[in-house]
Design a protein around this ligand. Structure first.
Ligand code: KIV
Ligand code: NA
Length: 275
């Protein structure tokens, strides 16, 4: 059954946890969708995990549309959320709506996500007015890495914690259907989650959010440039891939691959005449 923003809200109301992951391509999205994941975020984290940048700032709308479209083709049940990249919603309300619309119209997503609090309320309201569901994102918002002075836990001081709570309330008033809480203290994430009627989706923010999200390469042990404390490796896929790559090389080098069952046959008489 297709997950929608309505079923997202039902999950919060019924106390059922939402499980989200990122995906960036067709075949991974298909596997995830078939496994029953509630929602897939085509995150701008693809700049790091798929494209090898050191942060997410270089990711373009073209990158996001391209990968969102690939994921959408592989998904039938999960809610697909397209991420708004850096500077795609910062310049004007009009441009924010236009770019959000591209992730829906060209990318095939059912919702978009953007980083930031009350200062983007006008953009969020305008996108929601265009009938596009918006997911908020507070705490360690990676597009602000330079402003934060690094990838650091957010919301530890009283003022910073209060700011996150105020921003969360303001996002809810602006009409977001859910909010990602990234790398904030677990107790703060609990307060925020309890004071909102919409679901919170945590990453590095403890167990008391209404759902969780991880970058799939992190939780499968496929990306080792950063090793965040909050990640659990649910499978060692990176190690398995390395094993497969090595076994393939060995089989090519000792001529055990390809074997008879991998060959295409031709009538002997045809070959006879060529010889
Ligand atoms: O881009 C991303 O993957 C994200 C999630 C980690 C929330 O924004
Ligand atoms: Na992101």
């Amino acid at each position: 059954m297709k997950t929608t923003v309505t079923t997202f809200q039902q999950a919060k109301d019924e106390g059922r946890k939402l499980a989200m992951l990122t995906a960036y391509d067709y075949s991974t999205a298909r596997l995830m969708d078939a496994s029953g994941i509630d929602a897939i975020l085509v995150g701008d984290s693809l700049g790091m995990t798929m494209l090898g940048y050191g942060d997410t700032l270089s990711v373009t709308m073209e990158d996001m549309v391209h990968h969102t479209r690939a994921v959408s083709r592989g998904v039938s049940d999960a809610l697909v959320v397209g991420d708004m990249p850096y500077l795609s919603y910062h310049l004007s309300v009009e441009q924010a709506v236009e770019n959000a619309g591209r992730l829906i119209k060209e990318g095939g997503a059912q919702a978009i996500k953007l980083e930031g609090g009350a200062r983007f309320a006008a953009e969020i309201r305008a996108i929601v007015r265009a009938s596009i569901p918006v997911m908020g994102h507070l705490g360690l918002t990676p597009q602000s890495v330079n402003a934060f002075g690094g990838f650091k836990v957010q919301g530890r001081s009283e003022a910073a914690a209060q700011q996150i709570l105020d921003d969360a309330r303001e996002l809810e008033r602006a009409g977001v259907f859910a909010i990602v809480l990234e790398c904030i203290p677990a107790a703060l994430a609990e307060v925020v989650s309890k004071s909102l009627s919409i679901p919170t989706i945590g990453i590095g923010s403890g167990p008391l959010c209404d759902g969780q999200i991880l970058v799939y390469q992190d939780m499968l042990g496929m990306y080792s440039d950063l090793a965040p404390k909050f990640v659990r490796r649910f499978a060692e896929v990176g190690a398995l891939m390395t094993e497969g790559f090595k076994a393939y090389q060995a089989a090519v080098r000792d001529s055990s691959f390809p074997a008879a069952e991998h060959e295409f046959k031709i009538d002997d008489s045809v070959i006879e005449r060529l010889r």
